[in-house]
Design a protein around this ligand. Structure first.
Ligand SMILES: [Zn+2]
Length: 119
């Protein structure tokens, strides 16, 4: 993967990460309107249907976002070690459009599908 492309993806990951951390901080602080956090959350998500009520949102958010932060961290680590862009399961290169859409993605589509069907 060329360096410029990799740098762009790294920036994208860092931005996603700081956005998530800001959201978490806002929730923990509890002062900044939750509606604002919710709006941000739904904006960041392509499937707002997953979250039905504000209550669900409240419960879902922390765990979900923490695991997203962990995924982003893992992706940054792969960038550092040079394994970024390779599927963690089969080591095949992950399709670029997939990386650009979801830069923290760890698996190629085939492995991801397989993993999801197993769990
Ligand atoms: Zn794979």
């Amino acid at each position: 993967m060329d360096k410029q492309l990799q740098d762009g993806l790294r920036r994208q990951i860092l931005e996603l990460r700081s956005g998530l951390l800001t959201q978490l901080a806002q929730q923990r602080g509890g002062v900044v309107g939750r509606a604002e956090a919710a709006a941000h959350f739904q904006h960041a998500e392509d499937s707002p249907a997953q979250v039905n009520t504000e209550r669900d949102l409240e419960f879902a958010l922390d765990e979900r976002e923490l695991s997203e932060v962990a995924e982003l961290d893992a992706a940054l680590q792969r960038l550092d070690t040079g394994s970024y862009g390779q599927c963690v399961d089969c080591s095949e290169p992950i399709a670029l459009p997939r990386l650009q859409a979801t830069p923290q993605v760890a698996r190629c589509l085939a492995c991801q599908t397989q993993k999801e069907s197993q769990s």
